[in-house]
Ligand binder design. Structure first.
Ligand code: AHR
Length: 502
């Protein structure tokens, strides 16, 4: 059976916000220490940032970088992380049962972003777990006020004369989760978020704020949480957050391959909930979605370690260092497709996380840095997925999954760049069969296939490792053709595909 869809420039979903290609740096395991920051590493620059990692971060094409957590932020004292490095206190990090040295802090984070380049933007999370309105305001003043007040002058005295200009702020992290330090009910959180937002806007009406939504669609409080929080904060925030992680359950790879079915329904359900609150309030404003944690994460492995009690307040221990297979990368690509398909409302998304911790980039302390399988779909989507998302409605053969019933074998989206070129992103979920694809390109004025790149392998479990860092890379697919306004391609079994048309 052939999978088909039609592209037409008149039918668009919306413009891709560059923030869709955001990522996330948490003080967790080795994301910061021996990940992005390792003074003494052969490639370290004068600030202790690893140049080999910076090069890969640029190649990956990340934009907004969320920081400093995650669960870590709910015990974070920002003032510990600024000023002379030798004087910074060591603290217990309750979230990850680690010791935080604070050697890397706010100033180092901003310096890291500057070194990535102009496309990188700060996205700062606030501690609304153990802290509240006052500390949020203090951090905002320290970070953003130009000069002439105690905290802005302190920043200058610490060596950062120019304000950091942080526009995008997260009002806490996963406050719906009982695991969160300072976890709250929706009513409690809604009030704190609203009052923090109101106060921050008093200092700067131009800030952009993200209220915490649910930690996953399966949370018992899902949807009710969003409705309650948004009823309190609707006029004061710009985004509501979503978090989702996927892994195979009980070896059920077929359902795992259809994980984006859950991600898309999650997005659509949050849009419906937010718009319902807006309708109740008779508001013209729309709340956008910040999918600020998403990835494949073998979370059950982590829970086993967590529950073993075998953790000892180590500094930068090896935590959550999942090594991704080709299968994982195909699911990951499908999650990217899900985000792009909803680019009209998902205006921020952060791949969790950036280095070492469930990450596309891995490092060895004192040694090399390399790309996981998931690196490639992200880098390609960030590079070619800029412009208008075209409306894609597939007519696809289906397969049976335990979790989601009948699911399409084809998952796809297409993005039209400003210069009129179009990139099709497509996943074939079949583990055994190649999938013929035909796309009618109507009024797009396209005449040639620039490239068909695929990530697939005879061994779906193949991975890149320290010893074999380039075992898996995308390859060029021959035979993809564009004739008389129709694109014809064959998608290899279990593959992520990028087809560029001009
Ligand atoms: O990304 C890892 C963790 O997942 C984050 O700290 C937390 O927000 C989520 O539960």
């Amino acid at each position: 059976h052939t999978a088909r869809f039609t592209l037409d420039p008149a039918f668009t979903v919306g413009e891709v916000n560059p923030r869709l290609f955001g990522s996330f740096v948490e003080h967790l395991g080795r994301c910061v220490y021996t990940g992005i920051f390792e003074p003494g590493h052969p490639t370290a620059d004068e600030a202790g940032l690893r140049r080999d990692v910076l090069d890969l971060v640029r190649e990956l094409g990340v934009t907004a970088v969320r920081y400093p957590g995650g669960n870590f932020v709910s015990g974070y004292k920002w003032e510990d992380s600024v000023g002379p490095a030798e004087a910074r206190p060591r603290r217990l990090d309750l979230a990850w049962r680690s010791t935080e040295t604070n050697r890397f802090g706010l100033s180092e984070y901003i310096a890291f972003l500057k070194k990535i380049g102009p496309q990188a933007e700060p996205m700062m999370a606030l501690n609304l777990g153990t802290r509240g309105v006052a500390e949020a305001l203090e951090l905002q003043e320290y970070a953003n006020h130009p000069a002439g007040t105690a905290l802005s002058d302190l920043r200058a005295a610490h060596g950062d004369k120019d304000p950091f200009g942080i526009k995008l702020w997260c009002l806490g992290n996963e406050m719906d989760g009982p695991w969160q330090t300072g976890h709250k009910t929706a009513e409690e959180y809604g009030r704190v978020a609203a009052e923090t937002a109101r106060a921050m806007r008093q200092m700067d009406p131009g800030v952009e704020l993200v209220a915490c939504g649910s930690s996953s669609q399966s949370m018992p409080t899902f949807a009710e949480w969003e409705a309650t929080v948004l009823a309190e904060t609707y006029d004061l925030v710009d985004h509501i957050s979503l978090h989702a992680y996927y892994q195979p359950e009980n070896g059920d790879i077929d359902s795992f391959l259809a994980s984006a079915v859950d991600m898309e329904s999650f997005i659509e359900n949050v849009v419906a909930t937010a718009d319902h609150v807006g309708a109740r309030l008779k508001s013209k404003k729309k709340i956008n979605l910040s999918f600020d944690e998403w990835n494949v994460w073998y979370i059950s492995k982590w829970h086993e370690i967590e529950n073993s009690g075998d953790r000892d307040w180590a500094e930068a221990p090896r935590l959550l260092e999942d090594n991704y297979s080709v299968t994982d990368a195909v699911v990951f690509g499908s999650l990217l497709i899900a985000l792009l398909r909803h680019a009209d409302r998902v205006t921020v998304a952060c791949l969790a996380q950036l280095v070492n911790v469930i990450a596309p980039i891995m490092t060895e302390p004192g040694g090399s840095a390399w790309r996981q399988t998931t690196f490639f779909p992200f880098a390609q989507a960030s590079r070619y997925g800029r412009g208008q998302v075209l409306d894609v409605r597939v007519d696809s053969p289906t397969y049976k999954t335990k979790k989601y019933g009948e699911a399409d074998l084809l998952h796809a989206t297409a993005v039209r760049a400003e210069d009129g070129t179009v990139t099709v992103f497509a996943v074939n979920r079949s583990r055994t069969e190649a999938l013929p694809l035909e796309v009618a390109l109507g009024g797009l004025g396209l005449t040639s296939v620039v490239e068909h790149s695929a990530l697939a392998d005879a061994d779906p479990d193949a991975r890149n490792t320290l010893d074999e860092p380039e075992r898996v890379t995308p390859h060029t697919v021959d035979g993809t053709a564009l004739q008389d306004g129709t694109l014809s391609a064959v998608l290899e079994p279990l593959s992520w595909n990028v087809i560029r048309l001009a």
